[in-house]
Write a protein that binds this ligand. Structure first.
Ligand SMILES: CC(C)(COP(=O)(O)OP(=O)(O)OC[C@H]1O[C@@H](n2cnc3c(N)ncnc32)[C@H](O)[C@@H]1OP(=O)(O)O)[C@@H](O)C(=O)NCCC(=O)NCCS
Length: 147
C-alpha cells in the first residue's frame, strides 16, 4: 500500500466516486484547483488497479509554509485498515521536506469519523467559534512538525 501522486485520470475517478464514498453530495469539494494549481502533493492509493483512497492537500504560500489537508477519502469497504494513516504519513513527510513546521485540516462538528481519525493519528483538535463565518464553528486539527 504505497501512496503515489495523483494523475488527471485519478482526479477524474475521485470526482466520480466521492458522493458515494461520503454518502451525500460533496463533489464541489473536489474543485479542479486542487489538481491543476495545488495538486503537487495530492496522493492516491490503489488496490488491484482500483482507487481506494485519496488525499487532496497542499503547502501554503506562507513563510514558513504549512501543510494543509483539504480533503481525504477512503473507499467505504477499505476503512479502518490504515489507508488514511498511510496517506497522512506520506503527505506529512512531503510537507516536512518542503519546510513546513505545522500541519492543518478542518472539519465540521458533525463529522465524527473525521474527528476520531485525526485524533487517532495523533493530531490536536480544537473547536473554533465562527471559524467559517458567524455561528459556523469548525474543528481545527493541527500537528506540529517542529523538533
Ligand atoms: C476519516 C477517514 C478518512 C479515515 O480513513 P481510514 O483509512 O478508515 O483510517 P485509518 O484506518 O487509517 O485509521 C487510523 C486511526 O484513526 C482512528 N479512526 C479512523 N476512523 C475511525 C472511526 N470511524 N471511528 C473511530 N476511530 C477511527 C483509529 O484510531 C484508527 O486506528 P486503528 O484502526 O488502529 O484503531 C475515512 O473514514 C473516510 O474516508 N471517511 C469519509 C470521508 C471523510 O469524512 N473524510 C474526512 C474529512 S475531509
Amino acid at each position: 500500500m504505497v501512496p503515489r501522486k495523483i494523475t488527471k485520470a485519478d482526479f477524474d475517478d475521485i470526482v466520480e466516486v466521492i458522493d458515494r464514498w461520503w454518502g451525500g453530495p460533496i463533489s464541489t469539494f473536489a474543485h479542479t484547483i486542487f489538481f491543476y494549481e495545488l495538486g503537487e502533493h495530492a496522493l492516491c492509493v490503489e488496490k488491484d488497479g482500483r482507487l481506494i483512497g485519496f488525499l487532496l492537500g497542499f503547502t501554503t504560500p506562507t513563510a514558513p509554509p504549512r501543510g494543509y489537508v483539504h480533503l481525504v477519502g477512503i473507499h467505504p469497504d477499505h476503512r479502518r485498515r490504515g489507508v488514511g494513516r498511510v496517506l497522512y504519513e506520506t503527505f506529512t513527510e512531503a510537507c516536512r521536506a518542503a519546510g513546513c513546521e505545522q500541519m492543518k485540516a478542518i472539519s465540521t462538528l458533525s463529522n465524527e469519523g473525521s474527528i476520531s481519525f485525526h485524533v487517532g493519528v495523533g493530531w490536536n483538535a480544537k473547536e473554533v467559534e465562527d471559524y467559517a463565518g458567524t455561528g459556523r464553528k469548525r474543528i481545527v486539527f493541527t500537528k506540529s512538525l517542529r523538533p
